[in-house]
Design a protein around this ligand. Structure first.
Ligand code: NAP
Length: 252
């Protein structure tokens, strides 16, 4: 979105200290928004804020904790005078085959990825209502809603859960002028992707019709569209951003 202008708007991005979230933060900062980013690791937050420059609020917090979600929204609104756009983006993808998966591994992934979206949206609601044109954008995935990766059954369930949550939230919040949409990334170059290994990355690249992995900017562009005034009649919608990976019916 090269001409996007979010001057005067405030955005909070969970998991904004790395990867896709950092890319979203950079795009909003370049478009003039006030930007707040979160993550658990303070050092990583500090270097992300330094890289972003400008008027950035970097806040440590755990997306799976209700008190933390409330504190993050409060601090953002206090510094910038409100909160207009929430990007519920923080997520984890630890690999664990079904035979070996522990209950606590399942619970952690669902807590961060799915419950975290709910907690962030609920905590942001008073501010989004006040904004008059609130926007929620969830970072889901093609994995779960559309495709599957062995060892990520908990992750797939959490990413599909985000979409069920999105649809009900979109209906509930429409009367407040708040839209709730989701971006479903394909294979995007990040640290989290690197953790899945070179073989996975190479075979994924071979499956992508446009012939390259996704960049964080590809996801940020879709997020900025959902955050823009031009998308005000779109709510409850998943947008796949995957270079065509989910399209082929046969190897070609
Ligand atoms: P990443 O590079 O590992 O970054 C994840 C971010 O989330 C970091 O800022 C991390 O900071 C933060 N985070 C993780 N757990 C957190 C917690 N409990 N509380 C607060 N912050 C937390 O991952 P990514 O690839 O950018 O993924 C971002 C989102 O995109 C996730 O929802 C992921 O499922 C989704 N996605 C990614 C891909 C891909 O190919 N990369 C594809 C589809 C979907 P700390 O570790 O310091 O907390």
């Amino acid at each position: 979105m090269p001409n996007a202008n979010f001057t005067g708007k405030t955005v909070l991005i969970t998991g904004g200290s790395a990867g896709i979230g950092l890319g979203i933060a950079a795009a909003f900062a370049a478009a003039g928004a006030n930007v707040a980013i979160t993550g658990r690791n303070q050092a990583r937050l500090g270097s992300a804020a330094a890289a972003l420059g400008g008027n950035i609020l970097a806040l440590a917090g755990d997306t799976a904790s209700r008190p933390s979600a409330i504190a993050l929204c409060e601090a953002t609104a206090q510094k910038f005078g409100g909160l207009d756009i929430l990007c519920a983006n923080a997520g984890i993808n630890p690999v664990s085959p079904l035979d070996e998966m522990t209950e606590s591994e399942w619970d952690e992934v669902l807590a961060v990825n799915a419950k975290g979206s709910f907690l962030a949206v609920q905590a942001a609601l008073p501010y989004l209502r006040k904004s008059g044109a609130g926007r929620v954008i969830l970072t889901s995935s093609i994995t779960g809603p559309v495709t599957a990766i062995p060892g990520l059954s908990h992750y797939g369930a959490s990413k599909a859960a985000q979409l069920g949550f999105m649809r009900a939230a979109a209906v509930e919040l429409a009367k407040d002028g708040i839209t709730v949409n989701a971006v479903l990334p394909g294979v995007i170059e990040t640290e989290a992707l690197a953790a899945l290994g070179d073989a996975f990355i190479a075979s994924s690249r071979a499956l992508i019709p446009v012939g390259r992995l996704g960049l964080v900017a590809d996801i940020a562009n879709a997020v900025l569209f959902f955050a823009s005034p031009e998308s005000s009649f779109i709510t409850g919608q998943p947008l796949i951003v995957d270079g065509g990976q989910t399209l082929p019916e046969a190897p070609g």
